[in-house]
Design a protein around this ligand. Sequence first.
Ligand code: GRG
Length: 294
Amino acid sequence: MNAMGQASELLAIREAVQTRLDQLLPAGGERDLVTAASREGALAPGKRIRPVLLMLIARDLGCDNPAVLDLACAVEMVHAASLALDDLPCMDNASLRRGRPTLHRQFGEDVAILAAIGLLSRAFGVIAAAPGLSDSARVEAVAQLSATVGLQGLVQGQFQDLRGGAAARGEDAIARTNELKTGVLFSATLQLAAIASDACAATRQSLAGFATELGHAFQLLDDLADGSADHGKDAHQDLGKSTLVALLGVEGVRQRLQAHLRTADDHLACACGQGVATRRFMRAWFDQQLGVAS
Ligand code: GRG
């Protein structure tokens, strides 16, 4: 497939996700601010990298399970809930997200918190009702997402980021926090695709390796972007935080990011065999984000 074919394939996936999110989160009444905030959190124009990945990997694994789109939307709802909470004054106190005022700036803190809980809960409901999953796959998917969000997942990563962020920490401690606050949702994304595809244990293991490396690369990219104001978020949000950019410098982080991408690619090659959609997408996407001519 050429670059144009690839671009239109990605556009089609993003549109399918947008349409399905819109259906899964129907608008409420005029005074139902919490539904309006949930929709804004999920439907505002994000990169959609997690749902895109889930759908591409499923395709590479030869999966045509109709559950895939709903699983992708469930992951995006969890992601949107995490962003709404992360932006709150008691956490990162952000004013801008996806080029728009953050949810609490638009709707107030009370509504933003309720919207996040609503989105999180809806994500589990979507998996519970997704068409095409066996009972055991459904239970596995719910358990996977629950562990991802929970006390040793995103919640723990966010806690470490908030409370350990300003203290001087070593590379390993920072990398562990990054894995928890960012990597685990990539892991869930890939494992949900594996569950829908009924993938074997070896494939799941390779996907787990891929997700871990990808999560590190993605968080480093996010850290690098912190210095610039043109990514739709507040710039310099990480000032004073103990990040790998603060520890290793921009060039050191760029090199480390590339190393993570190379290892990620090795795992992906093991997981997907002949499937190339995800590998092509990953390379092109990171090249573009890093400003490297592809
Ligand atoms: C209860 C779901 C839930 C979470 C509680 C608040 C929290 C714990 C976790 C937040 C973790 C967090 C915000 C990690 C940062 C991840 C990250 C790099 C986000 C940016 O993702 P993009 O670039 O954003 O994909 P868009 O806007 O493009 O979707």
